[in-house]
Design a protein around this ligand. Structure first.
Ligand SMILES: NC(=O)c1ccc[n+]([C@@H]2O[C@H](COP(=O)([O-])OP(=O)(O)OC[C@H]3O[C@@H](n4cnc5c(N)ncnc54)[C@H](OP(=O)(O)O)[C@@H]3O)[C@@H](O)[C@H]2O)c1
Length: 221
């Protein structure tokens, strides 16, 4: 599959690298074409490099790996026409550190980042996933033992199936993929990140090499 990864931060590089490793073709997108650092990173990850618009035009699937506070600007630069009809996988969180640590999880007129993308780019088929864990775990779930979970939120069932396929390519098992429902459910996962921050602080080394699991009991009825 041809995948655009918008964002050259740790998350974008990690996902780009893993997608290439499992057989996909990736263009890593950044603001400018002459970003030498991003160009070098693309080389390291085995992907190509281009502007947000060039990457999005290339992608059959477009991954948003930029901060939630700049996501709208990034997707506007990518171009609504380059997102139309495509699966847009949003792995972002919108964190405001202006009051120090811990950050606040920001909403946009009451909605989360993924909902905002779906609202403002209605022809995109937005799926929220992977934002509830460290990027190393996103790309290599086998690094954490057990049936720890990754959430899916989105209004388009086919887009969620495509996304689940990419998750499986990275090593996620069906038992670990928990479909929460429509895109509005993603807001709760974006708010979860604050709990993640506190848990990470409380888990000893703060390495992020952990994830949440769901244990279900038998119904009493
Ligand atoms: N770190 C984790 O393990 C983790 C886990 C879960 C979710 N997340 C979420 O994943 C996302 C990516 O995080 P990250 O740390 O990898 O990357 P990041 O530093 O948040 O984002 C880097 C990208 O943002 C672009 N950018 C920065 N300022 C911009 C602006 N004003 N306008 C347009 N674009 C701008 C940069 O463009 P250039 O390339 O042009 O510089 C770069 O491509 C975030 O939403 C984060 O909350 C992170």
């Amino acid at each position: 599959m041809q995948i655009a990864v918008l964002g050259t931060g740790e998350v974008g590089r990690r996902l780009a690298s893993r997608f290439v490793e499992v057989g996909h073709r990736v263009v890593l997108g950044s603001r400018t074409a002459d970003n030498a650092e991003a160009h070098a990173w693309a080389g390291e990850t085995g992907s190509a490099h281009g502007t947000f618009a060039e990457a999005a035009a290339f992608g059959e699937v477009v991954v948003n790996a930029t901060g939630g506070l700049v996501t709208k600007a990034v997707l506007e630069a990518a171009g609504a026409q380059n997102l139309a009809g495509k699966v847009v996988i949003d792995v972002s969180n919108a964190l405001d550190f202006s009051n120090g640590f811990p950050p606040d999880a920001v909403t946009f007129d009451g909605v989360g980042v993924a909902e905002m993308i779906q609202r403002d780019f209605p022809q995109a088929r937005v799926v929220k996933t992977l934002n509830t864990m460290n990027n190393k775990v996103m790309a290599r779930p086998d690094l954490v033992p057990g049936d720890h979970v990754v959430f899916l939120s989105g209004d388009d069932a086919e887009a969620k199936a495509t996304t689940a396929g990419l998750l499986r390519d990275m090593g996620w098992r069906d038992a670990q993929i928990l479909d929460l429902g429509g895109i509005s459910t993603s807001r709760a996962t974006e708010q979860f990140v604050i709990l993640w921050v506190h848990m990470n602080g409380g888990l000893g080394d703060g390495s992020g090499m952990w994830n949440i699991a769901v244990q279900q009991g038998a119904s009493e009825d």
